[in-house]
Design a protein around this ligand. Structure first.
Ligand SMILES: C[S@@+](CC[C@H](N)C(=O)[O-])C[C@H]1O[C@@H](n2cnc3c(N)ncnc32)[C@H](O)[C@@H]1O
Length: 186
């Protein structure tokens, strides 16, 4: 299997508008944390454009809500090891040069592990899109965003995502494409 040379070579749902937004904001970041890797499409883009370090988190079990383990994320249930191997293959350029740390664990476990150890310029949430999960992710990850940094995520038009950001981050703005972004006060 050929190694990808850009994010667009990797399958997934991360559309052009969000890829462009990443290319715009990543160069200003020394540490990006992303939750939701799948095959590494968005992760590759963060690595290509961030001059510092990227920490990417996924339990590779697919998303629990919206029946995704039986639909879009069926592969995670059928062949989790194969999914992890393909993600690592796609991202090997960045793992091998030390830019990317891939944490194969749940978002909750990772937040506990990283809390008190790092502060990110930007945390990007693209995992489970239910209202409950997005609310939990916002609460968990906002404290790990530097003052003046950005908390952002994908699929702002999904009902659960929109409800969570409207309630918890009422000053959120459109990023590119399906991305929402919130500037943490300084
Ligand atoms: C929409 S996909 C990510 C797509 C990816 N950003 C891309 O560019 O293709 C969502 C991913 O989040 C992961 N996920 C869902 N809930 C999670 C959780 N609680 N902790 C860690 N990963 C989770 C799933 O395993 C899945 O790989």
């Amino acid at each position: 299997m050929n190694k990808p040379t850009c994010a667009q070579d990797i399958g997934g749902w991360f559309e052009g508008g969000s890829l462009s937004w990443v290319a715009e904001v990543a160069p200003k970041c020394q540490l990006v944390i992303e939750i939701g890797v799948w095959l590494g499409r968005s992760t590759y883009q963060w690595c290509e454009h961030c001059p510092g370090k990227v920490i990417a988190i996924d339990h590779f079990l697919g998303s629990e809500s919206h029946g995704e383990r039986n639909t879009t994320h069926k592969r995670a249930v059928a062949d989790r090891d194969g999914l992890i191997a393909e993600a690592k293959h796609n991202l090997s350029r960045w793992i091998d040069n030390g830019k990317l740390e891939l944490l194969e664990m749940s978002s909750a476990q990772a937040a506990l592990q990283l809390d008190g150890c790092v502060m990110a310029d930007l945390v990007y949430i693209d995992s489970d899109h239910s209202y409950e999960c997005v609310s939990e992710e916002i609460t968990r990850w906002l404290p790990l965003v530097k003052p003046g940094g950005i908390l952002a995520g994908h699929d702002r038009t999904w009902q659960g995502v929109k409800r969570a950001i409207d309630e918890l981050l009422p000053d959120w703005e459109n990023g590119g494409g399906c991305t929402w972004q919130y500037q943490h006060p300084k």
